[in-house]
Design a protein around this ligand. Structure first.
Ligand code: PEP
Ligand code: MG
Length: 575
């Protein structure tokens, strides 16, 4: 047999061997089949019991994890499945029409759904969506179709699909995720970011992936070389086990730098922080060498749920994050929803270009109750550690001033109620829109720090969708167009004595690090997997030399030229 190999973009390093779990909803074709009503009613009862038992299981699992603490909705789902009107409708149709249970569930279910949908009330429409999911689950049990419920995964798997949405991935108990494979996506798509954050290998942009893999296939992901090996033979398995052992060994050696400073040979000190997608990733932060958290993407608290997290729940989560690294700076970004990250309980307006639409700070300013709740939770938590609050996607000074006004109002209300807020709390903004990069100096005056979001900044600079593999060649962090914007941002921050960090993926790109260092970046925030390698590199570099290298780089005319310049510089350093 010829071993099948596919290439993809390696977006999270490491090697994993395991079974595929295809994230997709199997289609169920329901047909009317004349049947014995007594048998069908029993089948229906049994399917209801199984559905309720699934829901109880999901609820118990969710209750055990902090991020899933809002479990009441699952109890409400149990009541919906046990709804006497629904049960009565289905059994009556089975009796009268002598049809099979699947058919009766489908017909009666559709009637219920459309009556909910027609109620012209947001809450009822959400219930209609819930009911659709529950009926699908009942139909799966009736048809013996395996239900694609990711929270039921109880063995190690490699999640694969055309695309994997982050909410689905978060539903899986993270202990059971061995890696990720997707047909679409790029280095900066969110499943890639999640994979790096939980330190699992991932390949994205694998052409025609779903045509070549099946549920349960054994595969190897090579997240270093960008290869997917389907149905590997013994020889291949051994080869990759050796490669994995060497990779693990290299990682172990770097551990000696865990508590070291990041200091160039001529004593210029910078800080290396970690990006965090979920609060469970805090468990591994200790060994990563992170000197702080440079980006906690708070939207992950909002996604995998049925309603927005309340102030107290958020407060508890932020507090526990702050208390887990009491002396270190922890930067929590306010909600960045919209585009590819949309909680299901928020009504979504139609937008032809959602990445350019109501997202991040724009969403928060237009949905102030959600924003104010989050700010209050953050401010209350601020006394438990060293908190910095980061506002995403600021495009103009007016947006920043409006957000600051809201911030000040909420702070005042808390203080009036004798709820303490730390005086040390910093406020910063992400610079990820070219307009903000060009105006960085005037923005910097209004805040304590700037943080460069290169994932968006690069997509907007080149007008190239970060989710599209077809234009991924335009993700060119080393392009002088990007470097000039970055220089402007760093200089703008320094002109007002503010510090400047970077939390986009470029900060952990070892080819970009020497240039960023030379441009004067103060803090690099990256996936924890890259921190020790970046420290090793920076500790071997000379800051003055890198300043010259950066000067040269910004005056060049292509990414390729800059890349050659950097490679040569690194080679000279390594002897
Ligand atoms: C960025 O745009 O660089 C960034 C860090 O934000 P996100 O990837 O969450 O959009
Ligand atoms: Mg961004």
């Amino acid at each position: 047999m010829v071993v099948m190999k596919l290439s993809g973009i390696a977006v999270s390093p490491g090697i994993a061997e395991g079974k595929i779990y295809l994230v997709e909803e199997p289609k169920i074709a329901v047909q009317r089949v004349p049947s014995d009503p007594e048998i069908e009613k029993k089948r229906f009862d049994h399917a209801l019991d199984e559905t309720v038992s699934d829901l109880e299981h999901i609820r118990d699992t969710a209750a055990a994890q902090l991020a899933h603490s809002d479990v009441d909705i699952l109890d409400a789902h149990v009541l919906m499945v046990r709804d006497p009107d629904l049960i009565d409708g289905v059994t009556r149709l089975i009796d009268e029409d002598r049809c099979n249970a699947e058919y009766a569930v489908d017909i009666v279910g559709r009637m219920f759904i459309s009556s909910f949908e027609n109620m012209n009330n947001e809450y009822m429409r959400t219930r209609a969506a819930d009911l659709k999911g529950l009926l699908y689950r009942i139909l799966c049990h009736l048809s013996d179709v395996q239900i694609p419920d990711l929270s039921l995964i109880r063995e190690p798997v490699i999640l694969a699909g055309k695309d994997i949405n982050v909410s689905d991935a978060l539903a899986v108990d993270q202990r059971y995720i061995k890696g990720f494979l997707t047909q679409s996506g790029s280095l900066t798509s969110h499943v890639a970011i999640l994979a790096r954050s939980i330190d699992k290998p991932a390949l994205v942009g694998i052409r025609k992936l779903t045509k070549y893999i099946d549920q349960g296939d054994t595969v190897i992901i090579d997240g270093i070389g960008g290869q997917l090996i389907i149905d590997p033979e013994e020889e291949e398995i051994q080869l990759y086990r050796d490669k994995k052992a060497a990779y693990t060994e290299d990682k172990k050696k770097l551990l000696s730098l865990k508590d070291a400073e990041t200091r160039t040979t001529d004593d210029h000190v910078v800080e290396l922080y970690a990006n965090m997608a979920t609060q469970t990733s805090m468990d591994t932060i200790g060994d990563s060498g992170a000197e702080g958290i440079g980006l906690f993407r708070s939207e992950f608290l909002y996604l995998d749920r049925d309603s927005a997290p309340g102030e107290d729940l958020q407060y508890r989560i932020y507090k526990s994050i702050l208390e887990s690294m009491p002396d270190r700076r922890i930067i929590i970004r306010t909600l960045d929803v919209g585009a590819d990250r949309f909680p299901k309980y928020i009504r979504r307006g139609r937008e032809a270009n959602p990445f350019l639409g109501v997202r991040a700070i724009r969403f928060s300013l237009q949905n102030q109750e959600i924003f104010r709740t989050q700010l209050r939770a953050l401010m209350r938590a601020s006394v438990h550690g060293r908190l910095s609050v980061l506002l995403p996607m600021i495009a103009t000074l007016d947006e920043l001033l409006e957000a600051k006004q809201i911030f000040a109002e909420e702070k005042e209300k808390l203080l009036e109620n004798n709820i303490p807020v730390s005086d040390e709390m910093e406020l910063g903004i992400m610079i990820e829109v070219p307009s903000a990069a060009l105006m960085a100096e005037s923005l910097a005056k209004e805040v304590d720090f700037l943080s460069i979001g290169t994932n968006d900044l690069i997509q907007f600079t080149f007008a190239a969708d970060r989710m599209s593999e077809n234009v991924s060649y335009l993700y060119q962090p080393l392009h002088p167009a990007v470097l000039r914007l970055i220089k402007m941002i760093i200089d703008g921050a320094h002109a007002h004595g503010r510090w400047c960090g970077m939390c986009g993926e470029m900060a952990g790109d070892l080819e970009a690090v020497p240039v960023l260092l030379g441009l004067g970046l103060d803090m690099f925030s990256m996936s924890e997997t890259f921190i020790l390698s970046a420290r090793k590199l920076i500790n071997s570099l000379n800051y003055k030399e890198m300043t010259k290298l950066a000067e040269q780089a910004v005056s060049m005319s292509s990414a390729k030229e800059v890349q050659e310049l950097v490679r040569e510089a690194i080679m000279n350093h390594n002897g």
